[in-house]
Design a protein around this ligand. Structure first.
Ligand code: OGA
Ligand code: MN
Length: 217
């Protein structure tokens, strides 16, 4: 693998935090050279007009969506070197989660997200009601010059019914990785004053049955 080497202890810590608290935060998990190449890929997608207004879940519902989310998205592509290197890192994380937490994660899907200035994402849970397939959410931040006054923090709550102040607030700084149990951890993205760039992914179980094939997207 040509990608960022992860220290085994770092990986073990990340996954045990995920198991104990339902979420894990690792600043500087992904080395800046790879983060920079991912950032450049996303910039190129933006310039090519390749991004689409992100749908919530798999059904696009523009009327609801515009009130809860302002962000554009494009899927990662294994044929692009930088994307593949990140997907290889995700594969190491997937295997560590399965080894330590026995979640039986089957695959990983990820997209670039681009929040224009004024972008946000209201409180939500990632897994879709009635389709138990997104199990662990992954977020990697790509913003090297992020400053506190840019806002755009990720707030997390401990469980689906938690109200009041978040248990964690994370600045979207380059290289930081966040993992969350997709069905357990509500989260929101505060309004960002600067262009906010992210890779968001989901580790999934194989929810296919003989009656219903479960596509990745
Ligand atoms: C998402 C999400 C978090 C972020 O895409 O589901 O919650 O920090 N993203 O952009
Ligand atoms: Mn989310």
């Amino acid at each position: 693998m040509a990608g960022t080497p992860l220290e085994p202890e770092q990986l073990t810590q990340l996954v045990s935090d995920l198991g104990e608290r339902g979420y894990a935060v690792a600043p500087a998990l992904i080395a800046i050279p790879l983060v920079r190449r991912l950032f450049q890929r996303l910039r190129a997608h933006e310039e090519a007009g390749a991004l689409e207004r992100a749908a919530i879940g798999r059904q696009r519902d523009a009327t609801v969506e515009d009130r809860v989310r302002l962000v554009e998205a494009v899927w990662l592509d294994r044929d692009a070197l930088a994307d593949r290197e990140l997907l290889d890192v995700a594969e190491l994380i997937r295997r560590a989660i399965n080894r330590q937490l026995f979640l039986g994660l089957f695959e990983f899907e990820a997209q670039y997200l681009s929040y224009p200035p004024g972008g946000f994402y209201d409180r939500h849970i990632d897994s879709l009601a009635g389709s138990r397939n997104r199990i662990v959410s992954f977020v990697l931040y790509l913003n090297e010059d992020w400053r506190p006054e840019h806002g755009g923090e990720l707030d997390l709550w401990a469980d689906p019914t938690a109200a009041g102040a978040p248990v964690a607030t994370i600045e979207p700084r380059a290289g930081t990785v966040v993992l969350m149990l997709s069905e357990e951890i509500p989260h929101q993205v505060r309004v960002a004053a600067a262009h906010r760039r992210v890779v968001a992914g989901w580790f999934r179980v194989n929810a296919s049955t003989t009656e219903r094939v479960d596509p990745a997207r």
